[in-house]
Design a protein. Structure first.
Length: 130
């Protein structure tokens, strides 16, 4: 498995699944931080279409570009239905933010040969390492 530093150096495109425009939700802040650090960021949300210049799509399948890393901000109930979409998207990495937990989803993602980072904040890790 790659180190977190290696992952953050390699990736160019990131999809934030569960991006929100609500001020009390960290997903929007994380997406903006990643964009400011030079990553190409796309959001996934069923109803939002844009947030602070970040294009948002209704599903991972709708993003017209190969995604290197999928950053997950949804709970297990909303994660399980998109595991197939994650596997079809074939990212090199999936990142479960703090509190995102699903043994079933984790097993499926790892079985598909996708590296998985769990229970860490990508923004905190990036700011700590760079």
């Amino acid at each position: 498995m790659s180190s977190i530093k290696e992952i953050l150096k390699k990736v160019k495109t990131i999809s934030v699944v569960g991006i929100s425009d609500k001020p009390n939700r960290p997903s929007g802040d994380v997406a903006l931080y990643l964009k400011e650090k030079g990553y190409e960021v796309f959001g996934v949300h069923p109803t939002l279409r844009e947030f602070e210049g970040i294009k948002i799509y209704p599903s991972l399948n709708d993003i017209p570009k190969q995604i290197d890393l999928i950053d997950i901000f949804v709970n297990e109930e909303n994660l399980l239905p998109i595991v197939t979409d994650i596997i079809i998207a074939k990212p090199a990495y999936v990142w479960f933010q703090y509190g995102v937990k699903s043994e079933s989803a984790s097993k499926s993602i790892l079985s598909a040969g996708i590296e998985l980072v769990q229970d860490r904040c990508i923004m905190e890790e990036h700011s700590r390492l760079f």
